[in-house]
Design a binder for this molecule. Sequence first.
Ligand SMILES: O=C(O)CCC(=O)C(=O)O
Length: 269
Amino acid sequence: MRLTTEQLDQYERDGFLLLPELISASEIAILRDEVERLKGVEADCVIREGRNSAPKILLKLDDPEWPTYSAPFRALSRLERTLGAAQQVLHDDALYMHHCKLNIKSAIEGSVWQWHQDYMQWQLDGIDRPDLVTVMVMLEEATEMSGCLYFLPGTHKIGRIEPYFDESTAYKFMAAPPEQMKDILASHPAPVPITGKPGTAAIFHCNLLHASGHNLSHRDRWHIYMCYNRCDNHPHDVENPRPEWVRSTDWTRLQVEDGEARKESTVIA
Ligand SMILES: O=C(O)CCC(=O)C(=O)O
C-alpha cells in the first residue's frame, strides 16, 4: 500500500490521516487474542489503573527482550501499511521505534488523557526535531462513548507548546496548560472524534494536539500505538532519562517485512 498524493497533502494540512480497514478482520482477530494473553503479564513496562489495577498501558510489544513481547504485534509494526506509511510521511526510509504500546481503556474505569502533543515529552527525551509520527490501530470499535481520541486539525503547525506536568490521572504526563488550551480550542475548528471499526488506523504528527475522554461504555477500548522516529533524530543524552520502555535506545533501522506475495493473514500470524 502506498499513500496517495492527496493523502500526503491531507497529512501535511491537518496533521493526521484516518485509514479505515487498514488491518483486516483476520489480522485483528490474531492481535485481539494476543491482547487477552498480554493482559496477564506482570512487568515494569505495564502501567495500571482503577480499583482492580487493570492494565492501562503495555509497552515494548515489538521487542523480544521484554515480557510484553508479541510476535504478531511486532509483525504489525513492520508492515508496508504501517512502517511504510510512516516512511512516506516522514520522507525517510531509515526509521526506528521510539516506543510501541497498547493502550487499554477499560470499560467504565478507563480514564481521560488530557490535551497534549507527543513531542512535548519527546523533546524532553532528547529528540531534537519533531520528525516522529505515530500509527495507531483500533483493535476494538472506538466510539465517543468509549473514550476515542480527538484530534485538533492543523495544530501540528503551531509548533511545540511548553507543557506542564499533569498529575490528575493514573498516568502522569506532559500536557497542554489548560488556559492556553482553552484559547486554542476557541480559535480553531472543532476537534475531530477519531471513531471507527476494528482495523481502522490513524497516522498523526507528533505536534498534533490530541486528547481522549473517559470510557463510559461497557466495552474496553483497545488501541495500539507505534511511534516511529528517524534514525538520524535519535535522542541525545539527557539527565535522568525515562525508562527504556518509553524512550528506546535501540536505534536499529526497521525493515518492512511483508512482501506483496504474502497473504495478509499470514503476515501477522
Ligand atoms: O489512548 C489514548 O486515548 C490516548 C493516548 C495518547 O494520547 C498517548 O499515548 O499519547
